[in-house]
Design a binder for this molecule. Structure first.
Ligand code: SF4
Length: 239
């Protein structure tokens, strides 16, 4: 039996441990390994709530770029007077449930860590929201590799069809409807040309300044248990 690697990356509760590996500690590790492969110049590192925050703490501690909270998750019990007066911003906040901290965004280069990219819609909107709030650059670092295959083991439906995945839509546009498993696995290989071109397409589509995903080998190392105990099918297509 294999354990879902997403438990640590995204949906495990921070105080929980699986196979002796604590979720919060794994996320710090994951952020640390992301930072080791990165040379981004940013004013601050932030995480998309909730799981992205822990990955961002790990990244910030390793890179020396300060951790910050350029937006705060909207808590409905707060008085509405905390909301900006512009209707545009209020609409965005209603959708994103995030409130910008102007002093930490205006003219700043932000590096954001999200647990993953599924459709990309929400992260694209968050990025737009940050540009509208005055950000100069928005660098995106997902804490896991590009999702390439739908999960067939758990009732884990962050997407209904594989074509919901931004990766698969890009591959369909490049390769047509009938793509072999071999070609898909080539797109999943972070050292292939197809992978690099797919990442660049995602970056352009979602208007990120730069985009760099976590590598699967680093992700497995961040968890720290034997790879044969882990399921990584949705990234690699390998069972
Ligand atoms: S395919 Fe992905 S989401 Fe599904 S069990 Fe495996 S790692 Fe978890």
């Amino acid at each position: 039996m294999r354990i879902c690697s997403f438990l640590w990356v995204y949906y495990g509760y921070p105080t929980s441990s699986y196979e002796g590996v604590n979720v919060e500690a794994m996320r710090y590790n994951c952020g640390k390994m992301l930072a080791r492969r990165d040379s981004a110049q940013a004013d601050s590192v932030a995480g998309i709530p909730d799981s992205g925050i822990a990955h961002a703490i790990g990244y910030a501690n390793e890179s020396g770029i300060p951790f910050a909270r350029p937006f705060i998750k909207y808590t409905p019990t707060w008085p509405r007077s905390f909301m900006p007066t512009s209707q545009n911003q209020r609409n965005l906040i209603a959708r994103m449930k995030l409130i910008p901290v102007d002093a930490l965004i205006r003219n700043k280069k932000l590096l954001l860590i999200d647990d993953s990219i599924v459709r990309g819609t929400q992260l694209g909107e968050t990025t737009e929201f940050l540009y509208q709030s005055g950000a100069k650059e928005v660098h995106i670092r997902p804490a896991c590799p590009p999702l390439m295959f739908g999960c067939k083991y758990l009732n884990f439906s962050r997407s209904n069809s594989e074509l919901d995945l931004i990766t698969r839509r890009i591959i369909r546009d490049r390769e047509g409807d009938n793509v072999s498993d071999e070609v898909l696995k080539d797109y999943a290989d972070p050292d292939s040309q197809n992978y690099k071109e797919m990442i660049e397409e995602i970056r352009k589509k979602l208007n990120f300044t730069t985009l760099q995903f976590h590598r699967l080998d680093d992700l497995v190392e961040s968890i720290g248990i034997s790879p044969c105990k882990l399921c990584t099918y949705c990234w690699s297509g390998r069972e």
